[in-house]
Write a protein that binds this ligand. Structure first.
Ligand code: AMP
Ligand code: MG
Length: 302
């Protein structure tokens, strides 16, 4: 488990004004990390990921057995920040039946005909399950803030500040509703630098096994880097709440990001204080009767 004091630096304190430049993208470049050395960090990160995975598998079973709560994990980031890889590595040990991943793309015409939260509501995790949103309703205050022309019919052509403020409010109210009704919400912004994104795009263009991952649209969006950063800062500022706070995860080193996310998820679920359901005296009696009956049957057959 990572020292909670260390993890605090990645939390967006509710009510604080977010300046993403103040959050590191490469944690191995911090003073603490330099003292430890990159090799030690890499090894420790692998241990933490492994440890958290095992614990997460156990905690997920408990979540399912208790059947009182659900967990919603939200991942947002610039392109190539490592959302998919993080999901794959962090959730590797979890029972696939207890976990659902939803990746949200451009909304369909049908989805645009509804309120903006509609398609996400339909994909929320059931009680006892972990749901992962690979992109989420936050896209509706991010990508469309950079490209208002993608808002779809019914939306203003030039949305003003009030429009976005209302969306943040809607999101906060929605999350309030969910948390009050037993959903734990964990939100991660994978914070990658522009340089590292360039390296990853180049890797996609150079390595034949990664060609499929390259999209020209991603390159076009890179041109809007500053606008995206501002949209993220506004969204994180407006929606990091006590109930559902944001974490800004340094994502230039994949092993750092994965270990941090794995640890934060595992610890948060463990902190829910879930318990296996207690078997009632009546149920215990019936279990004993069933056992006696079963053993009796075997004896009769022989
Ligand atoms: P990917 O995750 O790489 O498959 O890309 C999905 C694309 O869908 C990204 O370019 C997102 O910005 C876009 N997208 C996701 N949600 C929305 C939304 N609500 N409105 C417009 N575009 C979206
Ligand atoms: Mg993409």
């Amino acid at each position: 488990m990572i020292n909670p004091k260390l993890l605090k630096q990645f939390l967006v304190e509710p009510g604080s004004e977010v300046d993403l430049k103040k959050y590191v993208t490469d944690w191995t470049e911090t003073e603490v990390a330099k003292e430890l050395g990159k090799e030690v960090i890499k090894e420790r990160a692998a241990e933490i990921l492994d440890e958290s995975r095992k614990q997460l598998a156990e905690t997920q079973e408990l979540l399912y057995a208790a059947d009182t709560h659900s967990v919603l994990i939200i991942l947002q980031a610039m392109d190539a920040a490592g959302k998919d890889g993080t999901i794959r590595h962090v959730m590797a040990g979890v029972n696939p039946q207890g976990c659902q991943v939803f990746s949200f793309k451009k909304p369909s015409a049908e989805e645009l005909d509804h309120n903006f939260l509609w398609r996400y509501m339909k994909s929320l995790p059931e009680r006892g399950r972990i749901g992962i949103f690979n992109r989420s309703y936050y896209e509706d205050v991010l990508v469309v803030k950079v490209h208002p022309e993608w808002l779809g019919p019914g939306a203003p052509a030039e949305p003003d500040e009030k429009f976005w403020k209302q969306r943040y409010e809607d999101i906060n109210n929605f999350e309030k509703h969910l948390t009050r009704n037993g959903t734990l919400i964990l939100k991660f912004f994978l914070h990658v630098s522009k340089d590292e994104q360039k390296r990853r795009f180049l890797e996609r263009l150079t390595n034949p096994e990664k060609h499929w991952k390259f999209s020209e649209a991603d390159l076009a969006e890179r041109e809007h880097w500053k606008e995206y950063r501002k949209a993220f800062e506004d969204a994180l500022t407006a929606t990091s709440t006590k109930r559902a706070p944001w974490h800004v995860i340094p994502a230039d080193r994949k092993y750092v990001a994965r270990a941090l996310v794995a640890d934060l998820i595992t610890t948060a679920i463990q902190d829910m204080g879930l318990k296996y359901p207690k078997v009632s005296d009546d149920k215990m009696k019936r279990l004993a009767e069933a056992r006696a009956k079963l053993e009796g049957n075997n004896a009769a057959d022989e």
